[in-house]
Design a protein around this ligand. Structure first.
Ligand SMILES: Nc1nc2c(ncn2[C@@H]2O[C@H](COP(=O)(O)OP(=O)(O)OP(=O)(O)O)[C@@H](O)[C@H]2O)c(=O)[nH]1
Ligand SMILES: [Mg+2]
Length: 227
């Protein structure tokens, strides 16, 4: 026989009475040649460390980080994509579906990874990614100072021509970790500014108007988010 009228609910606030807070999810894909450091950059942003050893990514690896901006909690879902054609071809459609922002990565010590950016941008454009989806350019492995092949001036020109911000950074150098964070936070700030952007789970979200990207004054991207 039940005692009293408690109904068996554990003590504490009634979840049904708590205000419903929906966490927005932003899907950010990281694209570029194999070996440029996409996995290490996403690891650095989501986990705060540089992975000791990485294998080539097969298909995609998902990483997540919840950030708080102006009192709103936002889940950043980072898609660490495969750079090798054979590990990505069946996945490409999924990469671009309902994407909110794109990070193009090259290796500052490998000119071919920079010249190949044209192909990555073409692939992105070919998958009906709305032109207003924010894109940024990231030159990784800046810690290898003596091996740099891609001058900042060239990268900056390319970024300007494609209306992207440029960040030059290193996933490896712990002193650069704030700069790695800035890449993603800058995109999140910009996406947040699109007030009516629905959750990623909503099918067929429409392209939203958004401010034009502004180039950082410093090629390194150091400093505050320009958004
Ligand atoms: N010196 C240095 N090495 C790095 C940096 N980032 C990544 N690496 C190294 O570059 C190699 C490739 O890194 P990954 O992150 O696995 O490259 P990826 O772009 O994910 O490659 P795929 O998964 O094949 O597309 C690894 O040996 C990393 O240790 C960096 O900032 N500096
Ligand atoms: Mg990888």
């Amino acid at each position: 026989m039940a005692a009293g009228g408690g109904g068996g609910r554990p003590p504490g606030p009634d979840p049904a009475l708590e205000p419903y807070v929906q966490t927005r999810i932003f899907k950010i894909i990281v694209i570029g040649d194999s070996n440029v450091g996409k996995t290490c950059l996403t690891f650095r942003f989501c986990g705060g460390t540089f992975p000791g050893k990485t294998e080539a990514t097969i298909g995609v690896d998902f990483r997540e980080k919840t950030v708080e901006i102006e009192g709103e909690r936002i889940k950043v879902q980072v898609w660490d994509t495969a750079g090798q054609e054979r590990f990505r071809k069946s996945m490409v459609e999924h990469y671009y579906r309902n994407v909110h922002a794109v990070v193009f990565v090259y290796d500052v010590t490998k000119m071919s990874s920079f010249t190949n950016l044209k192909t990555w941008i073409e692939e992105c454009n070919g998958h009906a990614v709305p032109p207003l989806v924010p894109r940024v350019l990231v030159g990784n492995k800046c810690d290898l100072k003596d091996l740099i092949q891609v001058p900042s001036s060239l990268a900056l020109k390319f970024a300007d021509a494609h209306n992207m911000l440029l960040f030059e950074t290193s996933a490896k150098d712990p002193q650069e970790s704030q700069n790695v964070d800035a890449i993603f936070m800058c995109l999140v700030c910009r996406l947040k500014a699109q007030r009516s952007l629905p959750c990623r789970d909503t099918e067929g979200w429409p392209a939203q108007p958004q401010p034009h990207p502004r180039r950082l004054d410093e090629a390194s991207g150091k400093g505050s988010c320009p958004c």
